[in-house]
Design a protein around this ligand. Structure first.
Ligand code: ASP
Length: 320
C-alpha cells in the first residue's frame, strides 16, 4: 500500500516515505523551518505543541534521532513518552504483539514516532492506528524520511535550490535507508545527477536502481574514487551498515572501502561543495577533515535535524 500523499496538507498524515512529498510540500516545510530555528535559538518557551504528547517508540538503537525528536517536542512546549528497546523492557518481552503495543500508545499520544529494524513496520503501525499519525524514524533498510528532510534542507540552505545539482552518494547504498529517502527526495526536482560510489556488493538494489532511473534523475554508478566528478555540490558519505550483514566476515570485506581524507577532498573535491554524513561515522570520514569548513555533518546538518522535526511535528499535529 502506498502511503497517502501530503498534497499541501500535513495535518494528521503519517510520514513514512519521501514518495509522499512534492516540491510544494517541501517548500511549505522549508518555509517554517527557519522560524523553528529562531524559536530554538531564542531559548524562550514556545507553546506551539503545548498540550500534546508524542510517543517515541524506538526498537532499534538511536541517540541522535531519538534525542532530536525529544528536543524538538520540548522546544515547542509539548511532552514525550519515551520508550527505547521495548522488546526487552516492556510488555513485548511478555509476548505482546507489535499491533497491541501500537494500540496502547495510540491511546496515550497525539503522534507516535517509531524506529524499527524490520522494513515495513512503520507502515504496519499506521494501518493499526485510527487517529494518531505515525512518523517513521527509520524503517529497517527501507527509508528514513525525516533524515532526508533535514538533508534536503541542509543542501537547500547551502545552494538555494534542489534542482540542477551534482551529488556523490557513497558507502552502503544497498542497506542505507537515509540514501533511499534522499534519492527519492532529489528525484522530485529536475536536472539532478547523482554519482553512486560503492563497492559492487553495496550498490542500490536493482529494483530501486531501475525504478529511480525511470524518473527525472541521472544516476551514475561508480566503483572508484577516480570517477568522482570535480563539480559536485555535495558529497553524502555513509557508514556500511554492520547490523544488516549476515556475518562479520562479510562486513569486514567491504567496511571502509571509501574513506574521506584531506587528500581525497583535495584531489576530487572543490572549494564550494559541502560534505555530509547522517552519522554515526565509524571511520569513513577521517577526523582530520572535521575542521574543514565544507564539513557540515557535525554542524548545520545536526542542528537542522531538530529544526526540521520541530516544523514537521507542528504541521502534522495541525498546530501551525
Ligand atoms: N543514523 C542513520 C540511520 O539510522 C544512519 C546510520 O545509522 O548509519 O539510518
Amino acid at each position: 500500500m502506498h502511503p497517502q500523499k501530503i498534497n499541501g496538507d500535513f495535518k494528521g498524515k503519517n510520514i513514512l516515505s519521501l514518495d509522499q512529498f512534492t516540491p510544494k510540500d517541501l517548500s511549505i516545510l522549508f518555509k517554517i523551518t527557519p522560524k523553528m530555528k529562531r524559536i530554538a535559538k531564542a531559548a524562550k518557551p514556545s507553546k506551539i505543541l503545548e498540550g500534546t504528547i508524542t510517543t517515541l517508540l524506538f526498537y532499534e538503537p538511536s541517540s541522535r534521532t531519538f534525542g532530536s525528536f525529544s528536543a524538538a517536542v520540548k522546544q515547542l512546549g509539548g511532552q514525550t513518552v519515551e520508550i527505547q528497546n521495548p522488546q526487552a523492557f516492556s510488555s513485548m518481552a511478555k509476548g505482546e504483539t507489535f499491533e497491541d503495543t501500537i494500540r496502547v500508545f495510540e491511546a496515550y499520544s497525539d503522534a507516535i514516532v517509531i524506529r524499527h529494524p524490520t522494513q515495513g513496520s512503520a507502515q504496519k503501525a499506521s494501518e493499526v492506528t485510527r487517529f494518531t499519525p505515525i512518523i517513521s524514524a527509520g524503517d529497517g533498510v527501507g527509508e528514513h524520511p525525516t533524515q532526508a528532510l533535514l538533508d534536503l534542507f541542509t543542501i537547500y540552505e547551502k545552494w538555494g535550490r534542489l534542482d540542477g545539482l551534482v551529488g556523490v552518494l557513497a558507502g552502503d547504498l544497498l542497506n542505507g535507508r537515509t540514501i533511499h529517502s534522499l534519492i527519492r527526495g532529489l528525484l522530485l526536482f529536475p536536472k539532478n545527477t547523482l554519482y553512486l560510489l560503492s563497492p559492487r556488493q553495496l550498490r542500490l538494489s536493482r529494483v530501486d536502481f531501475l525504478s529511480f532511473s525511470k524518473r527525472k534523475i541521472k544516476l551514475i554508478e561508480i566503483e572508484s574514487e577516480k570517477d568522482m566528478p570535480k563539480n559536485a555540490h555535495f558529497w553524502y558519505w555513509t557508514r556500511v551498515q554492520k547490523e544488516r550483514f549476515a556475518s562479520l566476515g562479510e562486513y569486514e570485506k567491504v567496511k571502509n572501502r571509501f574513506v574521506v581524507t584531506k587528500e581525497l577532498l583535495r584531489k576530487h573535491g572543490n572549494k564550494n561543495m559541502i560534505l555530509m554524513h547522517p552519522l554515526p561515522r565509524v571511520g569513513e570520514i577521517s577526523t582530520e577533515v572535521d575542521s574543514d569548513e565544507r564539513s557540515v555533518y557535525l554542524r548545520s546538518q545536526i542542528r537542522n535535524g531538530m529544526y526540521i522535526r520541530m516544523a514537521l511535528l507542528s504541521l502534522v499535529l495541525g498546530k501551525i
